[in-house]
Design a protein around this ligand. Structure first.
Ligand code: S3P
Length: 436
């Protein structure tokens, strides 16, 4: 599917969003499904894998590292994995735009004897890698990169790892996951302590693949203890991505008359914080068909007035990716909304404090950058201005701009729309299908 370089979005006007919609397969779970499938002994079947470029790069990476991959006529992916298949790659591995891809792969290849070089696009070249390099070095991997080993390309010489006990200095599921994936092949147990909860997919999926893993809650956070050992292949059913569903949730809250059901969304630990924020803002949101085993639900959202809130503290990791679109909700709410404790925004695909504030300013919204967040002056439902927004190559800025455009007084042109190919190539198609 080719995605245009720019998109012009007309205001929704009298057309509400209605009907049922399934967002693409969850990106975080998709990366992990491929890596766990590549490491597990035998053939794994993955249903509902994300169709974005980020996950395609991870699929190509596990193939370059020795896993087999086949696609069924129904679009399921079969991964033939196992420790004895994995080997040093023949060429540099390109992760594209994916921070999750490069950080999880760094942990994964730390278990493979030999040298792996991981590189990506110009955004990846600016993303901090010391957060994974430091613990992987503690485990015995040799990890180097630009800027004293802290920026990509990353060069990892793997093998001979020791178990470790590591306290995350920044709450990061990517770092936790890199250490756990490395720990699978270490010579003893690996423990990761996190002070505040982050998404738990790696723990959940390793347990499902038969790993000896235990999660102990500790204060607000948790300690994860993993013993090394083989994984078993199995079936992985990827639910819809809450971070993508969040765009539709905000659109349905803010476009008058909307009534939408978002199907089969992962709402487990560390992912559904955006729903709590929307509920605090007065949104009409209910969960239907909750499945406590898969941690999924259908999310029913209806339009209604929103009020400002404060977002900060321990909830931030559970909604960090949704802040650009939550800022659009805040722009349409009554009152001033503050996003704090979110300095991590500065080191995402773009500096999302700067690019979100630029988006809001381009559409006539009062917004101020802070070192660790954004302050948004709500317009209490008054339309935003039409105009031009630059995604700066960041998929979530592009999609947040398209949602904002639905509530603008004139057309909005989103430059750099093609960035959405990384995570949601069919966003435009889904948007036009729901506008009735
Ligand atoms: C992700 C974790 C988060 C998130 C990213 C995906 C993951 O990053 O922002 O989009 O799949 O583990 P951090 O772990 O760096 O906070």
């Amino acid at each position: 599917m080719t995605v245009p370089r720019q998109l012009r979005v007309e205001p929704a006007g009298e057309r509400p969003l209605t009907g049922r919609l399934r967002a693409p397969g969850d990106k975080s779970i998709s990366h992990r499904a491929l890596l766990i499938g590549a490491r597990a002994e035998g053939r794994s079947r993955i249903r509902g894998l994300s169709n974005g470029d980020d996950v395609r790069h991870t699929l190509e990476a596990v193939q370059a590292l020795g896993a087999g991959a086949d696609k069924s006529a129904q679009g399921e992916i079969y991964i033939d994995g196992g420790q004895s298949r994995l080997h040093e790659p023949e060429a540099v591995i390109d992760v594209g735009n994916s921070g999750t891809g490069i950080r999880l792969l760094a942990g994964f290849v730390a278990n493979i004897d030999g040298l792996t070089v991981l590189e990506g696009d110009s955004s990846i070249a600016r993303r901090p890698m010391d957060r994974v390099a430091v613990p992987l070095r503690l485990m015995g991997a040799r990890v180097d990169g630009r800027h004293q080993g802290s920026l990509p390309p990353l060069v990892v010489r793997g093998g001979g790892l020791h178990g470790t006990e590591y306290r995350l200095p920044v709450p990061s599921a990517q770092v936790k996951s890199a250490v756990l994936l490395a720990g699978l092949g270490a010579d003893g147990p690996t423990t990761v302590h996190e002070g505040v909860p982050t998404r738990a997919h790696t723990e959940e999926m390793l347990a499902a693949a038969g790993a000896a893993i235990e999660v102990r809650s500790a204060g607000q956070g948790a300690s994860v203890v993993l013993s090394p050992g083989p994984l078993q292949a199995g079936d992985i059913d990827v639910p819809a991505d809450p971070s993508q569903a969040a765009f539709w949730a905000v659109a349905a809250c803010t476009v008058p008359g909307s009534d939408v059901v978002l199907e089969d969304v992962y709402v487990g630990r560390g992912r559904a914080g955006f729903l709590d924020v929307l509920v605090r803002m007065g949104a009409r949101v209910e969960l239907l068909n909750e499945d406590p085993v898969r941690h999924t639900a259908d999310i029913h959202v209806q339009a209604g007035p929103l009020v400002a809130t404060h977002v900060g503290g321990a909830e931030v990791p559970s909604l960090i990716d949704e802040i650009p679109v939550l800022c659009v909700a805040a722009a349409l709410a009554e009152g001033t909304t503050t996003f704090a404790d979110a300095a991590e925004l500065r080191v995402k695909e773009t500096d999302r404090v700067a690019t979100t504030v630029a988006l809001l300013h381009a559409l006539g919204v009062g917004a101020e950058p802070r070192a660790d967040g954004i302050v948004v002056t709500g317009r209490a439902g008054a339309p935003l201005s039409g105009g031009t927004v630059d995604s700066y190559g960041d998929h979530r800025i592009a999609m947040a701009a398209a949602v904002a455009a639905l509530c603008a007084g004139g057309p909005v042109t989103v430059k750099g729309w093609d960035a959405t190919a990384t995570s949601y190539p069919s966003f435009e198609e889904d948007m036009f299908r729901c506008l009735t």
